[in-house]
Design a protein around this ligand. Structure first.
Ligand SMILES: [Zn+2]
Length: 120
């Protein structure tokens, strides 16, 4: 394995490049799926459930990634985690909003979005 920053050869199990200090990509946890899950989590946040699931997948994988790099997140893993945090927050907002609208609808409250006077 070689350092992706300076090209120096890394010995097996070396977590940081001895020449330039760049963290090595973990062997067992790839960073690309973290980014993909993060993008899906943030992109599907409006749907609530799917955004939540993908954001959590990205967060779980980014934790596994960080375990292999002594807690350092970088590159696609870092971007994926940031997207996942945003996706998680937006998904929760979407779920709460949907829940409130559903509760109001079940309670028979008229929503100001569609005034019923329009239809009279
Ligand atoms: Zn290096």
């Amino acid at each position: 394995m070689t350092c992706k920053n300076c090209g120096a050869v890394l010995k097996n199990g070396e977590r940081v490049c001895p020449a330039c200090g760049t963290p090595a990509e973990p062997k067992n946890v790839r960073s690309t799926p973290i980014l993909i899950f993060g993008v899906l989590g943030a992109g599907l946040a409006f749907s609530g459930v799917f955004g939540l699931v993908f954001s959590l997948l990205a967060l779980i994988r980014s934790r596994a990634f960080a375990r292999e790099t002594d807690g350092v997140l970088f590159g696609k893993a870092k971007a994926g985690k940031i997207l996942a945090v945003v996706g998680l927050a937006l998904s929760l907002v979407a779920l709460v909003t949907a829940g409130v609208l559903l509760a109001l609808g079940l309670a028979g409250v008229e929503l100001p979005v569609v005034p019923s006077s329009l239809f009279r």
